[in-house]
Design a protein around this ligand. Structure first.
Ligand SMILES: *Cc1c(COP(=O)(O)O)cnc(C)c1O
Length: 431
């Protein structure tokens, strides 16, 4: 029974574009209508009709401690009653910045904003202001929020000038974004040479979550680091997804490669709308009012949001065993799926880093956007719906990562693995 969700979706479509406030929530890629959620606790979501789902989206990452986590809830309750917003500095913002700088290896100074999109938009402005250069390099299939400069597709070659991916992005903006394939250091070098002295920044998800999960190949991150150092290019790791998830210091800690700037979001707000960008002192001192690059926010560093984020980060900082637990449990999930594939004589690709993973319906390795697109999307849609019927809530798109929280137990992992086997059997018969 999903009658109440269906009714709400009908009403939503009258007054909200597409019925959702973010396109990734629609079920367009998999068929069917989105479910409307009423509450969540630990590993479970409950929809308006009272159905229960084992959640592998976890709000696209932030719910790493499980839903309605008591530590974060209590911090928010304590902050209530002291005003929702002051429009003036607070102690919590100082404590929050100190904690972030302590946890993320490359950060010396950090500015709070209200979303990941704001963080990346601001970071490239600062990189441009700092270097006095205009162009940026991004990678095909990497998502950096919906800022104009990032909604650019590749065109035909590594050094082709960008063309807008979305109506409303001007050619002028698109020209300053150069797009190259992920994991292809040679293509980056060609693009840098072709635009000598014009590249302000190279921005990437150090581990990509937004084309499905795609890890960096050995030497790729270090190669970018070396190139940026040689060419005076600001290296920006967009760790909105990977920050505080792959390790307490993010992918830069896991791979031991330090960017010049880092963007953060998702987990940093504990479920509240929070983002942040930061980096080396000399770069961040370009930001107003310390320097000339303007960036501001009426509600930035909001006390309720900071209370949630600070509680979340403090917990992660004090409980390093979280990452070992997630590593073990997610590797168990993936080994279970691989055993299922072997049992059914199927050869699909599973990528995993820490508590992020994806299954692609292709036998070939997935290392960039081109190879991710080889996945059979019709099979993915069938797989998604079969899992949903078994009460397992996956991201409704092939080109998303799944996220594990510490609320997932060993027993629930077994339940997931069994559901995966049943779903593979269903789609195998259909295939
Ligand atoms: C989610 C995401 C963003 C955008 O963050 P919003 O808070 O949705 O604006 C940017 N970069 C990456 C890597 C993301 O995963």
């Amino acid at each position: 029974m999903i009658q109440k969700s269906s009714n709400l979706f009908q009403r939503a479509q009258q007054v909200i574009p597409g019925g959702v406030n973010s396109p990734v929530r629609a079920f367009k890629a998999v068929g069917g209508n989105p479910l409307f959620m009423a509450s969540a606790k630990g590993p479970y979501l409950f929809d308006e009709d009272g159905n229960q789902y084992l959640d592998f989206i976890n709000s696209w990452g932030p719910m790493i401690l499980g839903h309605a986590c008591e530590t974060v809830e209590k911090a928010v309750q304590d902050a209530l009653g002291k005003s929702f917003s002051f429009g003036a500095p607070t102690r919590r913002e100082v404590e929050m910045a100190e904690l972030i700088v302590q946890m993320v290896p490359s950060l010396e100074k950090v500015r709070m904003v209200n979303s990941g999109t704001e963080a990346t938009m601001s970071a490239i402005r600062v990189a441009r202001g700092f270097t006095g250069k205009d162009k940026i390099i991004k990678f095909e299939g990497c998502y950096h929020g919906h800022g104009d400069s990032f909604l650019i597709s590749a065109g035909s070659g590594a050094i082709t000038l960008g063309v807008p991916d979305s109506p409303g992005v001007t050619k002028g903006v698109a020209q300053d974004t150069i797009t190259v394939p992920f994991n292809n250091l040679a293509a980056v070098k060609v693009a840098v040479e072709a635009n000598a002295g014009q590249i302000a920044a190279i921005i990437l998800e150090p581990v990509v979550g937004n084309m499905g999960l795609v890890p960096p190949v050995k030497g790729f991150l270090q190669g970018l680091r070396d190139l940026c150092t040689q060419q005076n290019i600001v290296l920006i790791f967009d760790e909105v997804m990977t920050g505080f998830r792959l390790a307490k210091g993010g992918a830069q800690e896991l791979y031991n490669v330090l960017p010049d700037m880092t963007t953060l979001g998702k987990i940093i707000g504990g479920g509240m709308p929070v983002g942040a960008y930061g980096g080396k002192k000399e770069i961040m001192d370009c930001v107003a009012p310390a320097g000339p690059v303007y960036q501001a926010g009426t509600l930035s560093g909001n006390p309720i949001a900071m209370a949630a984020g600070f509680a979340m980060l403090t917990y992660l900082n004090e409980h390093p065993e979280v990452y070992a637990y997630l590593e073990n449990l997610t590797s168990k999930l993936v080994e279970g799926m691989q055993a299922n594939l072997a049992k059914l004589n199927l050869a699909y690709t599973i990528n995993r880093v820490g508590s992020m993973f994806s299954i692609f319906f292709t036998p070939d390795p997935v290392t960039d956007f081109e190879s991710a697109k080889q996945s059979d999307l019709a099979l993915f849609g069938q797989y998604f719906n079969s899992m949903l019927r078994q009460g397992i809530y996956l991201a409704p798109s092939q080109f998303e990562s799944l996220f594990v929280s510490i609320a997932l137990t060993d027993k629930l992992a077994d339940q997931y693995i069994a559901a995966n086997l049943a779903a593979l059997q269903v789609i195998h018969q259909l295939a």
